[in-house]
Design a protein around this ligand. Structure first.
Ligand code: CGF
Length: 821
C-alpha cells in the first residue's frame, strides 16, 4: 500500500524545518556550527524532498498510462550547478531565500558552494542538459542515460600563461542531488568469444562466452521542469567490479592482485574523455560507450517486459531512443543482439524494430571527430557485435545499395559500414544513419552540408530519413537564472508567459524605441559588467572598466573556432594604439574562456599566446585603459552564467562550414550581446531572426570557402599582400611577448607553412573591418542598446522547448503528458 505523499509544504517555515532536519538528522551536524557546505547540502536535500514525490508520480503515471517514452543516450551531460535552477524552476527560490535569511544564511553564498556537474566537454554535453530541462518543462516522458563519471572535465589552471590540467573531483564534498538505485543494477559482458550453437528447434544461435562481467549501478538525478509537475530523471551508470575481492588470489598471498579486477572495473566510469570534436580511439573509451549503452538498453528492456505483455513488434511504440552523436551508436548492434540472440527474434523483424526505435543526431562534419573503431579492437572487446555489424552491412550492400546502384562498387565502398582504406575500421556514423529512422543535423546550414557532403549517398538512398532540428538553449538557466534582473524587466514589460513560450519575447520589439526602457536595459548590462570586472580582478589581477566594450569569446579552444584570428585582430589593434595614441577608439576588454583538450598541442600554444599578449598589453603604460585582454581560467557553465549577462559583443568567428551550430551564440544574443560572426552554423539563423542590421557578419561563406580551396589557397599571398597582417604575424612570432622567439613558432607555422587550414588569413581583413564597424556602432549607445534589445526580443526561436517539441513531433511521435498537482 503506497503511503500518502507527506505534505512537504513550500512555505518559508516548512522549508526552515526541512533544512534544519537535514542538518541534524541527515548530516548529523550541530546547527550552530554547521559549515557553509553543510547548509548547502541540507538546502539541496530539502528541495530534493519536494521534487522526489513529483518524480515518483511522473514515473508512475508514465507507466500506468502506457505512453511512449524517449530515452536520450548521451556520453555527456554538462549540467553545471543545480540548486538555483531547481529553486527557480520549482518556484521555491524566494521562500528558500527567506527561510535561510531568517536563519542568518545568505542563499547566494550557499549557491557558490556547489561544484559544477561538469560531465561534458562543450556544446554537445550542454545541449543534452538543456534538452533535459525542456523535456520536463513541456511534460514529455523521458529518461536521460549517461555515465556517472567520478571525475568530470578537468579543472584548468594557467601557470606562466600555459594550461595545466587538474582532476575535477566534483563529488568530494557530497553530491546531494543523486540517489543510488541498487535494485536496478545491471550486469554487462565484455571481451570473450562467440560460439555457434543450435537452439531446441535446431536454429543456429550465436552464444557469447568466456566474457568478463562488469556491474552498472544507476544513480538517479531528478530533472525539475519549469512550472510543471513533470520530474523526469537522469540515470547515470557507475561501473563496479562483478566481484569486489578475489579471495582465491588473496589466499595465494597477493592482496593487490585480489583487488585488480575491482580497480579495473572502476576505471570504466572514472573519468570523462576531455576531447571536444575529436575522437579518442582508445579501448577504454569504447568500453565506456558499450558499458553505458548495455546498462541503459537492459534497463529499457526490463521496463518494457515488466510493464507490458506486448509482442516485441510493439517495443518501438513504447520506447524511442535518441543517439546523441555516434558515441552511443553501439546500441544498434546491442539491441539486435538482445532481440536475435537472447529473445530469438528473426533477423528482419529485429532489424525493423531497431530502425523504428533509434534516431541519430550528428553534431559535426569534422573528419577527425567522426568515430571509426578499428575492427581488431572491436573484435577483441565486442566480438558478437562485430559479427552483427558485418551482417547488417552485407544485407545493406547486397540489398538497398545494389538495388539503387547495381554493380557500383564505388557506392558500396562509400556507403559500407566498414572503412577498408588504411586498415579496417567500423564507421559509426554510417551505422547510426542506417540503424535509425531519422538522422538530423543541428542547424539548417549544417544539415544541408550533411545531405550534400558527409551523407550524400545515404541522402540519395533515404532522403526522407534526414531532417534539420536547429539547436536550442533553455531560457530558464540562460536568462531567468543567470540574468534575473533582465528576466524581471522583461516580465514587468510583457508579462511572464515568455518563460514557457519564448516567441512572446517579440513583444519587446517596440520597447527598443523607448529611451526609458533602453536606459533600464543598459543599466542591467552595466551592473553585470561591474560584477564581472570584480571576478576578472580576483581571477586575473587585471582592472577593467565596466564602461569599456566587453568583447567575449567563450567556447572550447579549437582551431576551427579561430581564437587565433581574434588574437590577430587584438595585436593589430595594439599596434594601432601604439602608432596612433590619439586615435578615437572606444576602450575594449577582450575576454576569453576556453579549455583545450590536454593532447591538443596547437590549441595550448594559442592559449599561451593569448596570455602572453595579455600580459604585455595589460601592463603597457602606453595603452592604459584603451585595451585589456583577459583569459579567465577554468571556463565552465557557472562561469558562463557570470560572463554572458555582462557581454557586449559575442565572437562567433568559426570558418564557414565548420561549426555545426554553436549554442553560446544563442545564449549571448538572448542576453543582449551583439554577434560578430561568419555565416556558419546557427549564426545564419540568428541573422535571419534578428535582422542583418542587428548583427555584424563578415568573412567567406561556405561556398566561397569551397571555391577558394578548389582554386588553391596560399596564405602567403595574403601575408605578402597585407602589411598590417604581416606585421601582426611577425610581431606575435617574435621574442617581444615572451622574450623567446621560438615560443609561438607553432602558431606561425600553422598559419603560413602549414597552409592555414582554417583560412584565418583569408578572413583577416574582413574581420578587422567588421571590428572597426563594431567600434563605430558602440559609440552610438542609443543605437547599440536598441540593437541589443532587438536581439533579446527576436531569438525566441532558439529556445530548446521549440527544439524538443520538434523532436517530439517529427522524430519521436511523443505526446505531452501533463502531470497534475
Ligand atoms: N561534438 N560536437 N559538436 C558540437 C560541440 N563541439 O559540442 O555540438 C554542439 C551541439 O550540437 C554544436 O553546437 C557545435 O557546433 C558542435 O561542434
Amino acid at each position: 500500500m503506497t503511503p500518502a505523499p507527506c505534505d512537504l509544504g513550500n512555505s518559508k517555515d516548512s522549508l526552515k524545518n526541512s533544512i534544519i532536519n537535514h542538518l541534524r538528522f541527515t548530516l548529523g551536524a550541530y546547527v550552530e556550527s554547521a559549515s557553509k557546505n553543510d547548509w548547502w547540502v541540507a538546502t539541496c536535500l530539502a528541495i530534493r524532498d519536494r521534487v522526489m514525490d513529483h518524480a515518483t508520480k511522473s514515473r508512475t503515471l508514465h507507466r500506468q498510462s502506457g505512453v511512449r517514452r524517449v530515452h536520450y543516450l548521451s556520453l555527456e551531460y554538462l549540467m553545471g550547478r543545480l540548486l538555483e535552477n531547481n529553486l527557480r524552476n520549482s518556484g521555491l527560490y524566494e521562500s528558500t531565500k527567506a527561510a535561510l535569511g531568517e536563519m542568518g544564511k545568505d542563499l547566494d553564498a550557499l549557491l557558490d558552494c556547489e561544484p559544477d556537474m561538469g560531465l561534458g566537454n562543450g556544446g554537445l554535453g550542454r545541449l543534452a542538459a538543456c534538452f533535459m530541462d525542456s523535456l520536463s518543462t513541456v511534460n514529455l516522458p523521458a529518461i536521460g542515460y549517461g555515465i556517472h563519471y567520478e571525475f568530470g572535465l578537468f579543472r584548468q589552471e594557467f601557470v606562466n600563461g600555459k594550461q595545466v590540467e587538474h582532476p575535477d573531483a566534483w563529488m568530494r564534498d557530497g553530491s546531494p542531488w543523486k540517489i543510488a538505485r541498487p535494485s536496478y543494477r545491471q550486469t554487462v559482458q565484455l571481451y570473450g568469444r562467440v560460439v555457434q550453437k543450435f537452439d531446441d528447434c535446431g536454429h543456429p544461435r550465436s552464444e557469447w562466452v568466456e566474457t568478463k562481467a562488469l556491474l552498472g549501478l544507476p544513480w538517479d538525478i531528478p530533472i525539475v521542469g519549469y512550472d510543471s509537475h513533470t520530474v523526469n530523471v537522469l540515470r547515470l551508470w557507475q561501473a563496479q567490479a562483478d566481484e569486489d575481492f578475489n579471495f582465491q588470489v588473496f589466499n595465494e598471498g597477493s592482496y593487490v592482485e585480489a583487488l585488480r579486477d575491482k580497480a579495473i572495473a572502476e576505471t570504466v566510469s572514472k573519468v570523462l574523455y576531455p576531447n571536444d570534436s575529436t575522437e579518442s580511439g582508445k579501448e577504454l573509451r569504447l568500453v565506456q560507450q558499450y558499458f553505458f549503452v548495455a546498462c541503459s538498453l537492459a534497463d529499457i528492456v526490463r521496463r518494457f517486459k515488466v510493464g507490458y505483455t506486448l509482442p516485441w513488434s510493439e517495443f518501438p511504440s513504447k520506447a524511442a531512443i535518441q543517439l546523441n552523436d555516434t558515441h552511443p551508436a553501439v546500441a544498434i548492434p546491442e539491441l539486435m543482439r538482445i532481440l536475435v540472440d537472447l529473445e530469438g527474434l528473426p533477423w528482419n523483424e529485429a532489424w525493423k524494430i531497431c530502425q523504428e526505435t533509434f534516431a541519430y543526431t550528428n553534431h559535426t562534419l569534422l573528419p577527425e571527430a567522426l568515430e571509426m573503431w578499428s575492427v581488431s579492437l572491436f573484435e577483441r572487446v565486442l566480438p558478437r557485435h562485430l559479427q552483427i555489424i558485418y551482417q547488417i552491412n552485407q544485407l545493406f550492400l547486397e540489398g538497398d545499395v545494389e538495388a539503387k546502384w547495381p554493380g557500383d562498387s564505388e557506392k558500396k565502398r562509400s556507403l559500407s559500414l566498414i572503412e577498408e582504406r588504411g586498415g579496417k575500421y567500423v564507421r559509426m556514423a554510417n551505422l547510426s544513419v542506417l540503424g535509425s529512422h531519422a538522422t538530423n543535423g543541428v542547424a539548417a546550414l549544417h544539415t544541408r552540408l550533411l545531405c550534400e557532403r558527409l551523407f550524400a549517398d545515404f541522402y540519395a538512398l533515404y532522403p526522407d530519413r534526414f531532417l534539420n532540428l536547429t539547436n536550442g538553449i533553455t531560457f530558464r538557466r540562460w536568462l531567468d537564472v543567470c540574468n534575473p534582473q533582465l528576466s524581471a524587466l522583461i516580465t514587468e514589460t510583457i508579462g511572464e508567459s515568455w518563460k514557457k513560450n519564448a516567441d512572446l519575447l517579440r513583444n519587446l520589439d517596440p520597447h527598443a524605441d523607448d529611451p526609458a526602457f533602453r536606459a533600464r536595459y543598459a543599466k542591467i548590462k552595466r551592473d553585470h559588467k561591474v560584477v564581472l570586472a570584480k571576478i576578472i580582478e580576483d581571477e586575473c589581477g587585471v582592472t577593467v572598466s565596466p564602461d569599456a566594450l566587453f568583447d567575449v569569446q567563450i567556447k572550447r579552444l579549437h582551431e576551427y573556432k579561430r581564437q587565433h584570428l581574434n588574437l590577430l585582430n587584438i595585436v593589430t589593434l595594439y599596434r594601432e594604439i601604439l602608432d596612433n595614441p590619439n586615435a578615437d577608439f572606444h576602450p575594449r576588454v577582450f575576454i576569453f574562456g576556453a579549455k583545450a583538450a590536454p593532447g591538443y598541442f596547437l590549441a595550448k600554444n594559442i592559449i599561451h599566446a593569448i596570455n602572453a599578449v595579455a600580459a604585455k598589453v595589460n601592463n603597457d603604460p602606453r595603452v592604459g585603459d584603451k585595451l585589456k585582454v583577459v583569459f579567465l581560467p577554468n571556463y565552465r557553465v557557472s562561469l558562463a552564467e557570470k560572463i554572458i549577462p555582462a557581454s557586449d559583443l559575442s565572437e562567433q568567428i568559426s570558418t564557414a562550414g565548420k561549426e555545426a551550430s554553436g549554442t553560446g551564440n544563442m545564449k549571448l544574443a538572448l542576453n543582449g550581446s551583439l554577434t560578430i560572426g561568419t555565416l556558419d552554423g546557427a549564426n545564419v539563423e540568428i541573422e535571419e531572426e534578428v535582422g542583418s542590421e542587428n548583427i555584424f557578419i563578415f568573412g567567406l561563406t561556405v561556398e566561397e570557402v569551397t571555391e577558394l580551396r578548389a582554386k588553391g589557397y596560399n596564405p602567403w599571398d595574403y601575408y605578402w599582400a597585407n602589411e598590417k597582417l604581416r606585421n601582426t604575424i611577425d610581431w606575435i612570432s617574435s621574442d617581444y611577448f615572451t622574450g623567446n622567439a621560438e615560443e609561438f613558432q607553432p602558431l606561425r607555422r600553422s598559419l603560413l607553412d602549414h597552409g592555414d587550414p582554417y583560412l584565418c588569413l583569408a578572413d583577416y581583413q574582413s574581420y578587422v573591418d567588421a571590428q572597426a564597424k563594431v567600434d563605430a556602432t558602440y559609440k552610438d549607445q542609443d543605437k547599440w542598446v536598441k540593437m541589443a534589445i532587438l536581439n533579446t526580443a527576436r531569438v525566441g526561436k532558439f529556445s530548446s522547448d521549440r527544439t524538443i517539441l520538434q523532436y517530439a513531433e517529427k522524430v519521436w511521435n511523443l505526446p505531452q503528458v501533463p502531470i497534475g498537482e
